[in-house]
Design a protein around this ligand. Structure first.
Ligand SMILES: NC(=O)c1ccc[n+]([C@@H]2O[C@H](COP(=O)([O-])OP(=O)(O)OC[C@H]3O[C@@H](n4cnc5c(N)ncnc54)[C@H](O)[C@@H]3O)[C@@H](O)[C@H]2O)c1
Length: 471
């Protein structure tokens, strides 16, 4: 089900000059014109495209995330890049039609090409099975991709100066790395009847008992019963998690902390502390020192206190459940879910899949389906494209592609700092009453137009500096 190939139309080449662009800007701000006409103008007046040497894998998604994704690609990517996209549609109808085979094909393509971007997808529950008349309840595509790539998810806020933070001290990003294997994900949890005993027993592969420990004796009587839980992790998975974290910290030039509760779970959480320390001492200490970075293990309670009081600016490696909780706290703390990016990185640091941390924004999609105006924040999706391309550029050693990716990300931030933003941010900045007033926010389309305009000013100055790097 994969479609691969160059999706970029040939655009007429035009000389780089600000004056050449100015008429387009005037027309683009005229929102009274139908959207299709304004988009066509943009394509006709496109700039010379930058060649991307190797393919980028694109995984399409569902609902409003899909709507904004297509608009971003059409306005902010295709006109400027000569890019070979290896495309997979992970929208729920195609996952159903292929019995989820498309997700496996997509994961293999990501492994092959090593740089990928993804739009948010629906993870079906019972209601979605009915809504889409699905053959079965497919697993989360993100879970499937993560398991096949054996990667770690890093969530990072996109900082914008004029968006107030719930934690005002957080001036720099806190990146949360969540270990997404074992622990609660693969636990066995049971109800235990009264007057019974729970034991933990370890057997060899052929069934010989190695160790048996009593966990608890439950009392007799109506209230004597309770619950029990058994969970596990593997040295290999913890080690791969550690490698991904150290690689990401070096990539983003951030000091790193691992949090556990090893004072209580001496063997279990102690294993994380020991494996991370071994890895650090053996493979990363020198590289961290060269980059003037440090690594430390902290108790989870100390770490939470330190994080709240800090100015941010570090990578926090979390066990599975801690990461689940902390990534939501951090997302809210920085102002909006629409400003959270997410990156999946393999332990060797070579394969990267970038996406927005938010979901498919179903409520906005219902409005879109009714032909109503929407104001969906596309920043995290645009930044996903920028970070996927930046990784492609690093692998290919193509500085012009890297410059484009950086300009794209910077353009989003500058537009918001210039006072143009979607409703979620307008509410965060101005409060619910003023923020909801139509004159104080842009629609989904107006915001992408504004980013395009800003991007073109950057591309013009980059093009003037290094025209020989363009085709
Ligand atoms: N990475 C992924 O693919 C991913 C992640 C989370 C949820 N999902 C899927 O998304 C669907 C909807 O889930 P949900 O409602 O829990 O999460 P959601 O992130 O789509 O929405 C949560 C809330 O945040 C708001 N919001 C989120 N992103 C926004 C944006 N860019 N601009 C403005 N407002 C925004 C929404 O309006 C909503 O109130 C579900 O089917 C779920 O399976 C996918």
């Amino acid at each position: 089900m994969s479609i691969s190939g160059c999706f970029v139309q040939d655009c007429p080449r035009v000389p780089w000059s600000l004056s050449h662009l100015s008429p387009r800007r005037e027309r683009d701000t005229d929102t009274s014109k139908p959207r299709e006409i304004r988009a066509t103008m943009s394509n006709v007046r496109c700039l010379p495209r930058i060649r991307v040497r190797n393919p980028l894998v694109e995984l399409d998604g569902d609902e409003q995330a899909r709507v904004i994704w297509h608009q971003i690609k059409k306005q902010l990517i295709e006109p400027y890049l000569d890019l070979n996209i290896v495309y997979f549609d992970l929208g729920l109808p195609v996952r159903d039609a292929t019995n989820d085979g498309v997700t496996l094909d997509a994961a293999r393509a990501v492994q092959q090409h090593r740089a990928a971007v993804k739009a948010a997808t629906i993870t079906p529950d019972e209601a979605r099975v009915q809504e889409f008349n699905l053959k079965r309840m497919y697993p989360s595509p993100n879970g499937t991709l993560r398991n096949i790539l054996n990667g770690t998810v890093f969530r990072e806020p996109i900082l914008v100066n004029n968006v107030p933070r719930l934690v005002p001290g957080w001036q720099k990003p806190i990146v949360i790395a969540r270990h997404g294997f074992g622990d609660q994900y693969k636990a066995q949890d049971v109800r235990v009847p009264p007057a019974s005993r729970v034991e933990l027993c370890i057997l060899t592969a052929d069934g010989k008992e190695i160790e048996r420990r009593e966990v608890h004796r439950f009392a007799a009587g109506e209230h004597g019963g309770g619950v029990a839980l058994a969970m596990f992790n593997t040295d290999e998975s913890i080690r791969n998690f550690g490698k991904s974290c150290f690689e990401f910290a070096l990539k983003r030039k951030l000091p790193m902390y691992l949090s556990t509760k090893n004072t209580i779970l001496k063997a279990y959480d102690g294993r994380w502390r020991d494996i991370f320390q071994e890895l650090y001492d053996r493979d990363y200490k020198e590289r961290f020192a060269q980059a003037s970075l440090g690594y430390e293990h902290r108790l989870i309670d100390d770490m939470v206190a330190q994080a709240l009081k800090s100015a941010g600016g570090f990578l926090w490696a979390c066990k599975n459940y801690d990461g689940d909780v902390q990534s939501d706290i951090v997302a809210q703390g920085y102002g909006s879910l629409g400003l959270m990016s997410s990156v999946l990185l393999t332990p060797d640091g070579n394969t990267l899949l970038a996406e927005a941390a938010h979901g498919t924004v179903t409520r906005h999609y219902r409005l879109h389906q009714q032909g109503k105006e929407t104001s969906t924040n596309s920043v995290a999706s645009i930044v996903a494209w920028a970070r996927g391309l930046a990784h492609r550029a690093t692998l290919d050693e193509t500085p012009d592609v890297l410059q484009f990716a950086e300009a794209l990300e910077r353009s989003c931030i500058e537009v918001i700092q210039g006072g143009k933003m979607t409703k979620d941010l307008s509410i965060a900045v101005l409060g619910p009453e003023l923020g909801c007033k139509r004159e104080n926010y842009l629609t989904t389309e107006e915001f992408i137009d504004a980013v395009q305009e800003q991007l073109e000013t950057h591309l013009v100055s980059i093009g003037q500096k290094s025209p020989q790097q363009r085709i």
